[in-house]
Design a protein. Structure first.
Ligand SMILES: [Zn+2]
Length: 355
């Protein structure tokens, strides 16, 4: 590679800040692995020697390493994996990783990447007090300017059950379920969950979130997201919010179902943070989505976390947009639980747009 001569590679930073999960995800291998130990340990067929024995290739997310106990007997860290997979030298593999994950190397905490995000949405926080460029000698200036993103999925779940009773219990209509591609997943990593497709701004599928239908049992998370997926880079429903006509201000809610219910009530300019805090990347996306009329309305849950997240988001967005909040008085409610009539009372629906 042309840049190899001049580039400074910080192997230590790559090894500590890019997770094996991200690497496996990028290769489209992650989904084929079986998980155990609360998602920390994974096993499958060895992608290095192309084996078929489904136990030979083992991965530890927390130790950020992998091993083949079959034919090739290889193993090591993320750089070793890419070197073997690409058939290149260790240094060139490090350069490749640096190119693939320019921002991950600069800002992502390893435990965020490796964590199994199974609980209620918590947006991974990013240190805001650091001038990122100075801290990150691994990043070449030209690469640091590149947008960073979640890779698009190389598959789609096409056997989802859209008739699962949970979706109706949640008050969703057949049209809404179809529009959002929701359905119960009978197998794979999301087995037992309602799958919720997440798209990037361009409308490409980047992940499925899982919502357990009902109250989950011991050790089962209410929500499930794929390892390595960085939800702080996305806004749920952003691709629909950007294509619908923008007479109405952009409304920002917390959860998937809040956004879905607003959409069903006829308010399409809505995105969800997938949590109660606004990431820096989400802030940028909101500013971009609001460039036409500059209006944003924050409509987070009226509970402690929501109020805190809303106050912070309001402070930050007010500096760049006409930002308002939706007032629900003292009721501890979330947008999902309001009737269409109640939503019309608090949101500026475009004329004639509600059913
Ligand atoms: Zn092997």
């Amino acid at each position: 590679m042309a840049q190899a001569k001049a580039a400074w590679v910080d192997f230590k930073a790559i090894k500590s800040q890019v997770s094996i999960v991200q690497i496996l995800e990028r290769y489209g291998i992650l989904q084929s692995l079986a998980k155990s130990g609360n998602g920390d340990r994974m096993s499958g067929a060895c992608p290095i020697h192309g084996g078929t024995n489904k136990t030979h290739f083992r991965v530890s997310a927390s130790k950020n390493c992998w091993n083949c106990f079959g034919k090739c007997q290889s193993g090591g860290n993320v750089i070793d994996f890419v070197a073997k997979k690409e058939g290149v030298e260790f240094r060139d593999a490090a350069l490749l990783i640096q190119k693939w994950f320019p921002r991950a190397v600069s800002e992502q905490q390893p435990e965020v990447a490796a964590a199994v995000q199974q609980s209620d949405p918590v947006v991974p926080t990013v240190s805001e007090d650091s001038p990122r460029q100075e801290q990150t000698p691994v990043i070449e200036p030209a690469e640091a300017d590149q947008p960073h993103s979640n890779p698009t999925l190389k598959f789609a779940l096409n056997k989802l059950d859209a008739e699962h009773p949970y979706l109706r219990e949640r008050g969703l209509t057949e049209d809404t379920i179809a529009a959002f591609g929701l359905g119960y997943c009978g197998k794979g990593l999301l087995r037992g969950y309602i799958a919720i497709p997440i798209h990037n701004m361009e409308g490409e599928l980047v992940a499925y979130a899982g919502r357990w239908p009902g109250v989950p049992g011991e050790g089962v998370g209410k929500y499930k997201l794929p390892q390595g997926f960085r939800k702080n880079l996305e806004l749920f429903n952003q691709h629909r919010a950007t294509t619908c006509d923008s007479d109405a201000p952009l409304v920002v809610v917390e959860g998937y179902f809040d956004a879905i219910k607003l959409h069903q009530a006829g308010y399409e300019r809505v995105v969800a943070l997938m949590g109660s805090s606004l990431s820096m990347e989400q802030e940028e996306s909101i500013v971009r989505l609001c460039k036409e009329d500059g209006r944003v309305m924050l409509f987070l849950d009226n509970d402690e976390a929501g109020r805190k997240g809303q106050a912070d988001a309001l402070t930050r967005l007010s500096k760049r947009l006409y930002a308002h909040t939706v007032h629900l008085g003292s009721r501890e409610v979330q947008p999902e639980h309001l009737s269409p009539a109640e939503l019309r009372a608090v949101l500026p629906f475009p004329e004639g747009r509600f059913p």
